[in-house]
Design a protein around this ligand. Structure first.
Ligand code: ATP
Ligand code: MG
Length: 650
């Protein structure tokens, strides 16, 4: 691969047709931070309100007078904004393109009119089953159109949805049901992922036998694979039976802007998942506006975000953002490597996808198999690429840019969190110079800053803890049922600021580089080393597919560096390669960052959203495998056992 410059200037051709150009960004950003009320008041007009908000922003991060309110006198309904509003002009436009796990099965195109009808029928059925405004509904479904209909049906009647990723086991489902006291669960007979069946209904049955789940009165079951399941009457009801005969019109609930829209549990990379609560008005304004601006959305785009609706990316950038914007969104049931590692690219060609948004973990995994599975597809429809979830190593960025995007498509590296509701730091493709590995610039109204351990603001080029000095409409409002935990987690560390938990570097151009979680910064002989940097150096070696780096107690240095390395397909571990990799990091970053221990890892422990769980790797490196903590969000627990067994004794 040819070496790429560290800066990719804005593509003039892209910029020419872009919604937001550099001058616009500068002008609007300045306005958005100087006069947030005027700015966000204007942006809110993109939605349809029953009652337009006049009080735009009322926020105080002070611990003795803490509150976050946006658009507090406004009234709206999220499902109306995602559906009814489009019926006149876009009724026949495709809202969702459903691509099933099995490519031999036909894809489905669902128009806005059809989706509206489906949502209304389900919303009426939920009301008939006694679900009322404010009740919680747990959704445990595969990536099928019913999952999106279920979310919007809840929104229509003011019920608060809690989507639980279909890969979770009974205990995790039960924990999430118990935490929010759901009245109803919507599931399916089975899910299908990569040709494998997932016993969703059986998992729900097992979950509902566990303590704390008595609040559930009804379980709706979507017939998806047609497998026989155990129906426990009168609790369990078939989805198609309850919507049968329901009207295709459903009077929406008038919601206050600050009424809850959903609860979503974080992915659990750092500890026990938190029930993040988002409200209606601010969240929807923010999700729809960021979706339009960051992805430079046009009316005829075919937009595909590969996340699952079980994660916030699916909420904001498959469901609420795109549908509020009247976009056409692909809903993909499958996985990147089934039936082959070309699947993503084949789906792009099949549906002529123009905007593609995925995670670094998927890019790194597909990179392992080389360029050929990508190059044999066309991808000519693509015009923009995006990533989210973890820092993207420059090596993976370049591969994404050159091989997947044929060096034609800008990449938006979007930094945000479940807590933030939408993208906070990202390039705008027509306005920002790109840098592989950097999320670059703040979105409108977002005021990032770096502080040292004592909370002192750092100026100019600096590295420290990433905080946000002011609120934005999509900010979470509380941890469900534990407001104190919300305040303690995010606002107590640095008074007056929202603490993100992420470490970050700001370069001389003012661009932001996320270095990983603050807990993951390693202090080697007084030098702060970000895990992301060492991992990127390792991954830049041609034989390395993926790497995870953690600190461990070291007698002389305070902390030493422990690296776990997964090799590309076909490469075998050897003592020689181990030395070569350590020398490679030494060359790339400097002797201070050279790993003290390097363990071969056939696989890395990841959350079910694909993020490396460094806290577990830290415990293995510290030789404390009995203190792994909450492992319920691990995708594959067997990975941990093998790493514990193969641990290198320091
Ligand atoms: P938990 O909070 O339960 O530990 P989590 O932080 O993994 O889980 P999410 O809200 O899904 O849960 O992820 C947000 C985090 O993901 C960010 O705080 C950051 O660490 C990381 N992240 C997301 N996008 C990016 C990005 N573009 N670049 C770097 N890091 C990112
Ligand atoms: Mg987090």
């Amino acid at each position: 691969m040819t070496p790429t410059p560290a800066v990719h200037p804005i593509d003039p051709q892209f910029a020419a047709g872009a919604r937001i150009k550099r001058e616009d960004y500068e002008r609007l950003y300045a306005e958005s931070v100087a006069q947030p009320e005027a700015f966000w008041g204007r942006v809110a007009e993109r939605l349809e309100w029953y009652r337009k908000p006049t009080r735009i922003k009322d926020v105080s991060y002070r611990l003795d007078d803490f509150h976050i309110r946006w658009y507090e006198d406004g009234e709206l309904n999220a499902s109306v904004n995602c559906l009814d509003r489009h019926l006149a002009g876009r009724g026949d436009k495709t809202a969702l393109i459903f691509e099933p796990d099995d490519p031999a099965k036909p894809a489905q195109r669902i128009s806005y009119r059809e989706l509206h009808a489906r949502v209304c029928r389900l919303a009426n059925a939920l009301r008939a089953l006694g679900v009322r405004k404010g009740d919680r509904v747990t959704i445990y479904l595969p990536m099928i159109p019913e999952a999106i209909a279920a979310m919007l049906a809840c929104a229509r009647i003011g019920a608060v949805h809690s989507v639980v990723f279909g890969g979770f086991a009974p205990q995790s489902i039960a924990d999430r049901i118990a935490d929010c006291g759901s009245k109803l669960v919507i599931t399916a007979d089975e899910g299908l992922r990569g040709g494998k069946k997932v016993p969703l209904k059986a998992n729900v049955d097992a979950a509902l036998k566990l303590p704390g789940t008595n609040s559930v009165e009804t379980v709706l079951v979507v017939r998806h694979t047609g497998a026989a399941v155990d129906m426990q009457m009168p609790r369990d009801r078939w989805y198609d039976a309850v919507i049968d005969g329901q009207s295709e019109d459903c009077v929406p609930e008038r919601m206050n802007a600050e009424d809850p829209l959903f609860i979503l549990y974080t992915s659990g990379s750092t500890g026990k998942p938190k029930g993040v609560l988002h409200t209606t008005g601010g969240y929807l304004v923010y999700a729809s506006y960021t979706h339009e601006a960051v992805f430079d959305l046009r009316e005829d785009d075919v937009y595909w975000c590969t996340a699952d609706v079980g994660w916030v990316t699916g909420h904001s950038y498959i469901v609420y953002g795109p549908l509020a914007n009247g976009a056409t969104a692909v809903v993909f049931e499958g996985v990147p490597n089934y039936p082959s590692v070309s699947r993503f690219w084949e789906v792009i060609d099949k549906h002529r996808v123009t905007i593609f948004y995925t995670a670094p973990t998927a890019i790194r995994a597909l990179m392992r198999d080389g360029d050929e599975p990508v190059k044999k597809t066309s991808r000519a429809s693509l015009r923009l690429l995006g990533t989210v979830g973890e820092p993207i190593n420059p090596e993976a960025w370049r591969w994404y840019y050159e091989v997947v995007g044929d060096a034609r498509c800008p990449i938006v590296d979007t930094w945000w969190q479940t807590e933030t509701g939408g993208i906070l730091i990202s390039p705008l493709p027509g306005a920002t110079d790109l840098k592989p590995g950097s999320a670059t610039q703040p979105f409108f109204g977002v005021r990032p800053a770096l502080v040292d351990a004592n909370g002192k603001l750092l100026e100019g080029e600096a590295e420290g803890n990433l905080v946000l000095l002011d609120s934005w409409p999509g900010q979470m409002r509380t941890v469900y049922g534990d407001h104190q935990r919300f305040i303690d987690t995010y606002f107590r560390t640095y008074p007056g600021m929202y603490f993100t938990g992420d470490g970050c570097r700001r370069d001389a151009d003012g661009d932001y580089w996320i270095t990983g979680r603050v807990d993951d910064v390693i202090n080697v002989s007084g030098h702060r080393i970000g895990t992301a940097e060492v991992e990127s150096a390792l991954v830049s070696h041609p034989k390395v597919a993926e790497a995870a780096v953690v600190g461990f107690p070291h007698d002389l240095k305070g902390q030493g560096i422990y690296a776990y390395v997964t090799l590309v397909a076909g490469e075998a571990p050897s003592e020689e390669l181990r030395k070569e990799l350590v020398a490679h990091v030494r060359r790339e970053i400097g002797p201070i960052a050279a790993p003290d221990h390097l363990q071969w890892a056939p696989g890395l422990p990841k959350t079910r959203s694909g993020k490396i769980m460094r806290r577990i790797l830290r415990k293995i490196a510290e030789n404390a495998p009995d203190q792994l903590g909450d492992t319920s969000t691990l995708a594959d627990p067997s990975v941990v056992e093998s790493l514990v067994k193969e641990r290198r004794v320091p």
